[in-house]
Design a protein around this ligand. Sequence first.
Ligand SMILES: Cc1cc2nc3c(=O)[nH]c(=O)nc-3n(C[C@H](O)[C@H](O)[C@H](O)COP(=O)(O)OP(=O)(O)OC[C@H]3O[C@@H](n4cnc5c(N)ncnc54)[C@H](O)[C@@H]3O)c2cc1C
Ligand code: FES
Length: 349
Amino acid sequence: METSRIRLYPSGYEVECKTGETVLSALEQAGYALPNNCRAGACGECKIKVRSGTFDQGMVLDMALSAEDRAEGYGLMCMAKPTAGVLEIEWGTDDAQPKLFPPREAVSFVVVDLLKRTSRILELRLCPLGNPLRYWPGQYVILGDSENEIPPRAYSIANAPGMDGEIMLQVSRVDDGTTSQWVHDHLQVGDRVKLSGPYGTFIGDPSAETPVLCLAAGSGLAPIMALAEAALARGFRQPVTLLFSAPGESDVYERGRLALWQARYRNFRFVTTLTRENSGDYQGRITEILPGIFPDLTEYSIYIAGSTAFVEDCIDTVKGLGARESLLHTEGFHRQQSPESPPAGRLMT
Ligand SMILES: Cc1cc2nc3c(=O)[nH]c(=O)nc-3n(C[C@H](O)[C@H](O)[C@H](O)COP(=O)(O)OP(=O)(O)OC[C@H]3O[C@@H](n4cnc5c(N)ncnc54)[C@H](O)[C@@H]3O)c2cc1C
Ligand code: FES
């Protein structure tokens, strides 16, 4: 079958695109995520500047791609098919990392559902009142209530971006914690809340075509769920193992989504290790059992999220098993609450 090539600017990285395949699909196959919603030329979410080369744009709506957009060289990648040779598009940074969305302040959401996931973790489902917040899976938002002196705190988004802009947060109760207690004890379905964000760089690395190991404990599962959901949905083919550590069976949550992924994606495996019960797939702390399951992690991309102590312990263990710094991604739920400033040159314009 004939192929064209898609060259990413400014990195110069190239991706093959089969005849008849869309640019979005070819990028996804190669691990390069592109924001998208309708995948049908109707929403404009996948609009990107094409620097050179030719493509067939197909039937798209004017409201998604205006005449001015076309004149300036933009195209909708969910419908665009390269017609010959090399198509050069603007995507990402010098080293082919995705650019970040500029954070927004105090975006209004309504609490549409509250789900008690475990005795200590409450899940909030939030729908935007206006434009959805654009984010990469793995990023976090800041939630608080300044009018009622509830301090702003960071919470990782637990789902990949979807059409309706819904955001899921999974908040652990901290016993004498102001914001987490407010979330658990005062927030009601129908309340309005304000989120700022997105923040953080705990996002998937598209250039890594390696097996993946995810380690999570408690609500550290949240950003891992968002990352895994997005990677699996875009056709990531390498083996992905998610190892979740919990005291007992009743602290293991998200079994529904995880069972669905196990059934749908052959390369995905979810395993638990329980620290205080004798059931689960494994027993004991991740640091104790990991060497027996993954004796050599040199070829793995590793994602770790949870309390700072959990993350630090896991980092020591995986490094001891050969994990490479460049393939190690971590999100410690530390107490310092000022959001991470996006690195220079990584913001979308
Ligand atoms: C990037 C990032 C992402 C995060 N994502 C999540 C998430 O998805 N879900 C979630 O539940 N939490 C998450 N957190 C933690 C969250 O931001 C708050 O720190 C936590 O909810 C406690 O806030 P609080 O106002 O209830 O407690 P505070 O009033 O700030 O503190 C009360 C007491 O708890 C202790 N404490 C506070 N925070 C922590 C902590 N993180 N670990 C241990 N002890 C603490 C304090 O020392 C104090 O004694 C994240 C943190 C970061 C930095
Ligand atoms: S994803 Fe909606 S226009 Fe491409």
